[in-house]
Design a protein around this ligand. Structure first.
Ligand code: KIV
Ligand code: ZN
Length: 516
């Protein structure tokens, strides 16, 4: 039996971004979109254009910039202004798509929308027709399809296809349907909707009961030919089906699914790391495919087996998802050409960064920690990417005394606007508290730290620590990150990152792009 292609529709930048701790900038979304294109996804859902001017601009920018590859899609409710804005945002793309949706379960139609079934069907017909007048490629989603009555779901699907939708998406919006039942929904549509052969059946599964991957794959086994998913499974609540799990399962078990995808699986790890970094959403160590333990063997029996024959406990190679041993170590002796080559390997395009300044930062890091790993480089680029505008405050000096029987005390010196140097000292309940209080004395902002998270981002004793702080101030909520081989310094850098973001907000009053 011939294998059929499964379209991979990535919604990291829409469903995934909805759940990120802070919304992403246009530039950050574009970087993820470029990597998604390199990964080989078929469709990038770039955002929900009507939801904010920033989202409109992100979708339009991605539509303009990402060429020779994926379809660029935007989301819209069945509302005229949504559809018009969405079509406008995706228009610059070589292959634009408008994705419209409406809730179809009784819970949605009766309680949220307060509309009869006939009213919903009329709305679907008119809105899909409008979308088709503005864009040749229209996808329709029956939100909460998993809890929609079978007869009505069939009528909804038939109506959307008759009005011009060429993809029908069946979301399990609340992650409620067990796999067998979900497979039966796909069978029902294929057997009962007369015009179903004119559309691709797509699925979009949430992970509230941990069934999103199983449901998506069951749907593929029952004939769905598009899967909507996100990198690392990020998304609303417990997230969406994880792209890496769907793709690797189809690749490894193509004998069972009789299907394939066009994903370059060697780009999976790189994409996963970029999304973790940019979205500030770490991945649990035991996460399938991309967790740090996914290829680690701990028990003696397993280690013995793997040493004798890898496939005793390894069903895929680390190389197949792009985890490769570093062929050449980057150290302070490495030249800028070597750094540029590794950055290209990691998906960075030279015109997007300033090599001399990155190389200078690389040298400083290499002097401190010896070997610079890929994770270090990604973090360094991410930190450099934060320089949207020049930082107003720079930490020039920090000395902290702490220990058993000592009152934690810090002295901080900060250069303001590259000109004035200010110094202050403070005591605190711990080293980080003392350091941030000394910084507060100088800057004078009122900041509340809501969340503090520390990770070792590279291996060994000389590992770099990455601190993420979520803090609130009168201007809003901010995420600050700081990296150093010293955890107190990393914490102070993260705090300074928050301070500089607040300073930017105050200075530039955040330029909000206008809807064209
Ligand atoms: O979960 C869902 O139903 C969605 C739709 C908008 C596709 O995200
Ligand atoms: Zn969703």
């Amino acid at each position: 039996m011939k294998k059929e292609k499964v379209i991979i529709f990535d919604t990291t930048l829409r469903d995934g971004e909805q759940a990120a701790p802070a919304s992403l900038s246009v530039e950050q979304k574009l970087r993820i979109a470029r990597q998604l294109a390199r990964l080989g996804v078929d469709v990038i859902e770039a955002g929900f254009p009507i939801s904010s001017p920033g989202d409109f601009e992100s979708v339009a920018t991605i539509a303009r910039e990402i060429k020779d590859g994926p379809v660029i899609c935007g989301l819209a409710r069945l509302v005229e202004k949504d559809i018009v804005a969405c079509a406008k945002a995706v228009k610059p793309a070589e292959r634009p798509r408008v994705h419209v949706f409406i809730g179809t379960s009784a819970i949605h139609t009766e309680k949220k929308l307060r509309k009869s079934e006939d009213e919903i069907l009329a709305l679907i017909r008119d809105s899909v027709k409008l979308a088709r007048r503005l864009c040749a490629d229209v996808e329709f989603s029956a939100e909460d399809a998993g809890r929609t009555a079978g007869d009505f779901l069939c009528r909804v699907t038939e109506t959307a296809i008759a009005a011009g939708a060429s993809t029908i998406n069946i979301p399990d919006t609340v992650g409620y349907v067990p796999p067998e039942q979900f497979g039966a929904i796909i069978d029902m549509l294929r057997n009962r909707v007369p015009n179903i052969d004119k559309a691709v059946i797509s699925v979009h599964c949430h992970n509230d009961l941990g069934m999103s991957t199983a449901n998506s794959l069951t749907a593929v086994a029952h004939g769905a030919r598009q899967v909507e998913c996100t990198i690392n499974g990020i998304g609303e609540r417990a997230g969406n089906a994880a792209l890496e799990e769907i793709v690797m399962a189809i690749k490894l078990r193509s004998d069972f699914f009789k299907a394939y995808t066009d994903i370059d699986t060697r780009e999976i790890m790189r994409t996963s790391k970029l999304v973790r970094e940019i979205c500030n959403m770490p991945v649990q160590p035991n996460k399938a495919i991309v967790g740090s333990n996914a290829f680690a063997h701990s028990s003696g029996i397993h280690q013995d087996g793997v040493l004798k024959a890898k496939n005793t406990y390894e069903i895929m190679t680390p190389q197949s998802i792009g985890l490769k041993d570093n062929r050449m170590n980057l150290t302070s002796r490495s030249g800028s050409h070597m750094v540029k080559t590794r950055l290209t390997d990691l998906g960075y395009i030279e015109k997007d960064y300033d090599l001399p300044s990155i190389y200078q930062k690389f040298k400083a890091l290499a002097d401190k920690k010896g070997t610079v790993y890929d994770d270090d480089l990604i973090t360094l680029m991410e930190m450099a990417g934060n320089d949207e505008f020049e930082d107003m405050y720079a930490l020039d000096y920090l000395s902290v005394t702490s220990g058993k029987g000592t009152v934690p005390t810090a002295v901080a010196r900060i250069i303001v606007d590259g000109k004035i140097t200010k110094q202050s000292a403070a005591c605190g309940s711990g080293a980080v508290d003392a350091a941030t209080k000394a910084i507060d004395e100088i800057v004078g902002y009122k900041i509340k730290v809501d969340d503090f998270h520390i990770d070792a981002i590279t291996e060994g004793r000389e590992a770099q620590a990455k601190v993420r702080i979520r803090a609130s101030a009168a201007e809003g909520t901010f995420i600050g990150t700081g990296v150093s081989t010293d955890i107190i310094e990393a914490s102070a850098f993260a705090y300074m990152d928050v301070i500089n973001k607040i300073a930017r907000m105050k200075k530039f009053k955040r330029k909000v792009p206008k809807l064209a």
